[in-house]
Design a protein. Sequence first.
Lengths: 273, 407
Amino acid sequence: MTAAVAMGYLIDHHADFTVVQSPFTFNGQRTYGADSDGTTLAVAALLHRLSHEPVPRVTVPEGMDGDVVHWATGVETYDGDDDAMAWELYLGDEAIVVLARHGADVELHALEVEVEVDPDFQNAITDAWVRELKETHVSQGAYVSRSQYEEAAASRLGLEGQKTTSAVIWPPRYSSSASSMSTRTRLAAKGSVQSWTTLSAAGAPSEFSIRAPILGGITTVFMHLDEGPSGVFLTVDDEENHLEFGQSMELVVRRVYAQEGFIRYGLKARAIE
Amino acid sequence: MTVVRRGYEMLVVRRRGMVDVAVVGAGQTKYGQHSLGLKGMWAEAAQRAFSSIDGEFRPSEVDEAFIGSLAFGGSQLGNTAALLTEHSGLDSIPVRRVENACASSGFAFRDAWLAIKSGEADIVVAGGIEKMNDLTTERKRYWLGVSGDTEWERLAGLTFPGTYALMARRYFHEFDSTHDDLVHVSVKNHLHGSLNPLAHIQKEVDFEKAANGFMVADPLTLYDCCPTSDGASCVVLAADHVARRLTDTPVWVRGSGAASDHLALHDRPSITQLKATGKAAKKAYGMAGLSAHEIDLAEVHDCFTIAEVMATEDLGFAQRGEGGLFAREGRGRLNEGRTTINASGGLKAKGHPLGATGTGQVVEVFKQLRHEVDARRQVSDASVGLTHNVGGSGATCAVHIFGRDRQ
């Protein structure tokens, strides 16, 4: 069966459920990409469903970060209580997530797209995340604390901006010289490339020091978002780094780095094909 | 004018803003990897500054001190200024650390100038210090990105090489410029640094080598990036009525300007110019009654070679979009163009001990305007100089203009 591709994942959309699968396979099984997990697939499932109909709330299974799902989608999340009004998220053994209406029958279809990952790379990146996630892997100095990260989570993950009479601002300011009156607004996660760079592993921030050598450095783009503001974002799903000025990009939720046993998620830029 | 009596000494307190301010002494350590710690480096810089004062001077005459430092690295101390001044004979006076990232001592200098302009102080010390090489590589990398909008830029994988690389690529896209122009900056500053015994890197580099350096952040190579330096610098400022007693050759502060901009690169309308530099320069030029073509030498903040290209435009030495051409034509080379850019070697070769850099630039201009540097590096007939000190990727900037003549 042919699946739709959205946000870097395979999407199988039905009336009562949505199945999101990683396009990558390893030893014949679906496996997560270098910065994906059940949480990022769940966000994709919800955002895709929200493009078709409202989802008032969703139950989140163990193994997914419900706060991240909420910040990224705006949907209320619960910890698995039986709620007839809620949609439900399921986390499969492979890199598969299902979003289903409460009580719906779900059929999993085999999807055609399979990108076989390099075993050495996959093992190295999996091991890197394990090391990064250890509680003993801590900051070496000034850093983005958990409270600082969470304070801006709606902007970091859901692209919440601020509309004033004269400008659209992202991320929002507590007080802005642009106008004393402003409303919060969710920006479309699209924009165009204005500049980019690939930092060598040696030049990357220490938060990325475990994975950067495996990834061959890390690439950051400077983008103008379609509504006006600009931002800088790591790229995803672009091993060849084929970037051009003005190229259209979308922003998708992915893992950024882990520290003190806690994964920081964020938006990464992905070329729109 | 008011005349007041304090103890047995007659002081002249002038109306606010009417006092002229001069640099009467200046010194620095060699930049590079230092075996000395903070106290030793500061004591050395202060001693060199004090001993450069021609007339009779006692450290106990100093009224106030401002010391710039990011507090980078292993020390990370609070109350640094009190610790350091204790090791330079500056006891009991008001002191404080000034922090504006790489522009810390540029702003410390401005604060010292303001203290004298206010009429509250007659002799003030401004300085800066950074110890950057007492850390593991891992911890060093952590520190090298803390002066941007950490929460947004660092989580997007950026340290400053990456931030300036974004500017460089965009600059090449918008203007008639390529990486070769940056190589010209690197070659020039290495040449100047090779003539400076206090420079971190005292080696020339040829075009081919600089063009093909290790890629740090595409398109910037190792030869586009300043080194990680330890160092300290110190200058002594004095009010006009004191300056003449301390030296026959004061270097007058003709203009001071400072400004700030959005901390994050992505919040700025343009990433191919630093708005804070333009604003600070306009203020300083206006105060001095001078324009860019009257500057004989400029110590500009070339933390990355693209920063020098943009600075030559923002400071008015080149037209907008022609900073690359300025570099290509060698107009900043020692005594070859109207204005020599970074006769010291700049941050690229002289080195960049963050907090020490701003007053270190003043040390160079002080010595150049007094014609005290080695003849091979002396800017001919230098009478007006400029310093340009930038914090982070341009969030803060201080520009000062100096002259041999008071007006």
